[in-house]
Design a protein around this ligand. Structure first.
Ligand SMILES: *Cc1c(COP(=O)(O)O)cnc(C)c1O
Length: 338
């Protein structure tokens, strides 16, 4: 059965251009750094972000944790939002791999009061461990962080001689929503993690972007983490298609999400979270106990969603068209009418 899958933009299948790129990919051994397609992807990605170098890694979690591991020493502190992916959805990895302490600063949609940020930065004393890194995330859930805000954070970090890591799993979605080039966003970070396997439709892969010296260190630590892979050109070939083609079509996903929101909005009782409506996602809630069974009902009718977790999140992507979106919204309406 061909499901309408609204769970995430990670569910996309590789495009036809990707399958063709795989067939034609020239490969080598990436642990020896001589896989030509991977070398090409890494150069292309670095250039896109206006940085010196980049590194192909297996996942977004891997990339973020490798960034922490490379920027920080064990026992040091990382400041990040209390709802950041790094602390909420990465299996406690920061405590295991980098061995850092996470200081979770509460914010709103990933943004702090900048006075709170300034106050949270610590130096080594007999009873404190120094802040070694500030992490920001853009896009953050369904919302985006304005360029000006990122710049303020970056200025504070530099005043304290600290690096900034940007978890940009959906940075191209953020750039589209903000109508800026990803280079402009990247100027406010020392390292950036960019997922190829989300809205960009690659089957596997994330890029860690940064300075030449940073990426050299990360390359060694990637091997330590078991991420030294061999004929990665097979995957890098898809990554090139992601960067060159798929990054240019995200507007369509965003428009489809707004279309979906407009249909759901007509259903009695549904409340769309407008603060998280900037990218390819629709967050909504409904004051109706039947919501706990919506996922089952939709599944039986050919639509996959994540179960209700205090909120519903529907995600649009390259494998969904308007007709499928209309059908999914219609089924949600039918369910709550019964
Ligand atoms: C998806 C995501 C990641 C990493 O995800 P993986 O599933 O490990 O590839 C990291 N940060 C954010 C904000 C994400 O959305």
């Amino acid at each position: 059965m061909n499901y309408i899958d609204l769970r995430s933009d990670t569910v996309t299948k590789p495009t036809k251009a990707m399958y063709e790129a795989i067939l034609n990919a020239e490969v080598g051994d990436d642990v020896f750094a001589d896989d030509p397609t991977t070398v090409k992807l890494e150069a292309l990605c670095a250039a896109k972000f206006g940085k010196e170098a980049s590194l192909f890694v297996p996942s977004g979690t891997f990339s973020n944790q490798l960034a922490l591991f490379t920027h920080c020493r064990q026992g040091e502190e990382v400041i990040l939002d209390h709802n950041a992916h790094i602390v909420q959805h990465e299996s406690g990895a920061s405590a295991v791999i980098a061995g850092v302490q996470l200081f979770m600063l509460p914010g709103k949609n990933g943004m702090w009061d900048l006075n709170d940020l300034e106050r949270a930065i610590k130096v080594n004393t007999v009873s404190t461990t120094r802040t070694a890194l500030i992490c920001i995330e853009n896009a953050f859930g369904g919302s985006v962080m304005p360029l000006a805000y990122m710049n303020e954070v970056y200025k504070i970090a530099k005043r304290h001689n600290l690096p900034v890591h940007l978890d940009g799993a959906r940075i191209f979605n953020a750039a589209e929503a903000l109508s800026v080039d990803v280079k402009e966003l990247a100027k406010n970070a020392d390292s950036i993690s960019v997922c190829l396997s989300k809205g960009l439709a690659s089957p596997i892969g994330t890029m860690l972007v940064g300075s030449k010296a940073f990426i050299e260190q990360a390359r060694q630590k990637r091997k330590l983490m078991g991420g030294g892979m061999r004929q990665t050109g097979i995957l890098a070939a898809c990554g090139i298609v992601s960067l060159e083609q798929m990054s240019l079509r995200l507007k369509e996903d965003h428009e489809n999400a707004r279309y979906l929101a407009s249909l759901l909005n007509k259903i009695q009782g549904i409340k769309i979270d407008e603060s998280q409506s900037a990218i390819n996602m629709v967050f909504f809630d409904i004051d109706d106990d039947r919501k706990h069974h919506l996922d089952r009902f939709l599944f039986d009718h050919g639509v996959k969603i994540l179960p209700y977790e205090g909120v519903f999140r529907f995600v649009t992507h390259n494998d969904l068209d308007r007709e499928q979106i209309r059908k999914a919204a219609q089924l949600v309406g039918e369910f709550f009418q019964k």
